[in-house]
Design a protein around this ligand. Sequence first.
Ligand SMILES: CCCCCCCC(=O)SCCNC(=O)CCNC(=O)[C@H](O)C(C)(C)COP(=O)(O)OP(=O)(O)OC[C@H]1O[C@@H](n2cnc3c(N)ncnc32)[C@H](O)[C@@H]1OP(=O)(O)O
Length: 160
Amino acid sequence: MDAFQDHYPDAVAHCFGCGRLNAHGHQIKTVWNGDETVTRFTPEPYHTAIPGFVYGGLVASLIDCHSTATAAAAMYRQDGRGLDTLPPFRFVTGSLHVDYLKPTPIDGALEIRGRAVEIKGRKVVVETELRAGGVVTARGTVVAVQMPADFGAAPPAPHR
Ligand SMILES: CCCCCCCC(=O)SCCNC(=O)CCNC(=O)[C@H](O)C(C)(C)COP(=O)(O)OP(=O)(O)OC[C@H]1O[C@@H](n2cnc3c(N)ncnc32)[C@H](O)[C@@H]1OP(=O)(O)O
């Protein structure tokens, strides 16, 4: 499968949600399906919130990394460029909003579908739905911002 995340340069392939080089992470894989993007992920028993149901942090994490990947893919598509072409488009999360509509059953694959609804400058707004057994159990909106070249270079001011 040729997923968006397979094209992330090694230097940004360690994310807990989507990095293919993070052995302990979710390693999600996202692909186009028409104008939508799709990720499928099967939770493990240890992803439990309440027995039988998925931990909300996992749901948020899946929506988050699915959406940042969607933002990058949408930007490449808008520019008519392949995912491997330079300079790379890489996005980080500026804002993550999740509505938990129903408990998400833990037994079975989850399907996450997203769509870029706004592309403006370095910002892409992505709307995403997470389904279990065909039922939408969570909905998210992510503001993804193109990663600045100096990301993390300026340390926060020391605590007083
Ligand atoms: C690359 C592979 C890894 C994938 C990562 C997966 C997801 C992650 O876990 S990322 C880690 C979590 N996120 C972070 O650590 C990000 C920390 N924050 C930052 O570095 C900065 O605040 C950053 C980059 C988001 C934005 O800063 P900056 O580059 O200065 O953006 P700035 O020029 O102010 O804003 C650009 C646009 O984004 C919008 N924006 C920025 N932050 C936000 C926000 N929090 N909420 C809403 N909109 C925002 C601005 O309004 C602006 O939009 P517009 O052009 O319409 O006015």
